[in-house]
Design a binder for this molecule. Structure first.
Ligand SMILES: Cc1cn([C@H]2C[C@H](O)[C@@H](COP(=O)(O)OP(=O)(O)O[C@H]3O[C@@H](C)C(=O)[C@@H](O)[C@H]3O)O2)c(=O)[nH]c1=O
Length: 184
């Protein structure tokens, strides 16, 4: 399988094969034997799907803390996103830095985001559907956020024609500086 690693250790971009024919296509979107050598042996316990209507819908930056920290394997089945993972591991030489990738139904890529990263995305097309597997169950008590627009993160988000569409929760996350240490 085609894959790409980054200067920040941990995240991986993977692109499973697509077999096209007269009917459409077939693809193994997850295969433990093929993925494990690239992302490690993971135990996925929950699959999520979200639909974002307008272009410029921005979800993030989100993560869960221990004991419910989550690794996430993210892909897009309709539309396209600018997807971001921010390194929150205090002992990491790349703490506070981020990786950004483009995921779309067209490029069929998946982004592996390990435990220790905050995650967020901004939609690039209308009616974008994001599907992702996670390694731990949803736990609102452990759910945390980081301000997507904290200048210290230096994320160059795509600019929508109007305003970003954010949830009320996502308007009020702390900056990196104000975030308590979450991951060793
Ligand atoms: C994330 C999540 C939400 N929910 C509920 C809570 C709430 O009523 C509703 C919408 O939740 P949110 O506003 O948190 O959804 P959303 O902003 O899409 O949250 C997601 O954003 C991306 C960037 C991630 O990385 C995910 O892990 C998750 O945090 O769905 C669940 O029941 N299970 C879940 O796993």
């Amino acid at each position: 399988m085609e894959h790409q690693t980054f200067e920040i250790a941990g995240p991986v971009l993977l692109t499973p094969k697509k077999f096209g024919d007269a009917r459409g296509f077939f693809s193994e979107t997850y295969n433990e034997r093929a993925f494990a050598p690239l992302i490690g042996a993971q135990r996925f316990v929950q699959d999520n799907q979200s639909l974002s209507g307008p272009v410029g819908t921005l979800r993030g930056l989100h993560f869960q803390i221990d004991p419910m920290a989550q690794g996430k394997l993210v892909r897009v089945v309709r539309g396209a996103i600018f997807d971001v993972a921010v390194d929150l591991r205090r002992s990491s030489p790349t703490f506070g830095q981020h990786v950004s990738v483009m995921l779309s139904a067209q490029n069929w890529s998946q982004f592996w985001i390990p435990v220790g990263f905050a995650h967020g995305f901004c939609t690039l097309e209308p009616d974008t559907e994001v599907v992702y597997k996670v390694t731990e169950y949803y736990a609102p008590d452990c759910d945390r956020g980081l301000a997507f627009d904290d200048p210290a993160l230096g994320i160059v988000w795509p600019k929508p024609a109007g305003e970003y569409l954010l949830s009320p929760k996502d308007r009020n996350h702390p900056s990196l500086r104000d975030l308590p240490a979450c991951f060793a």
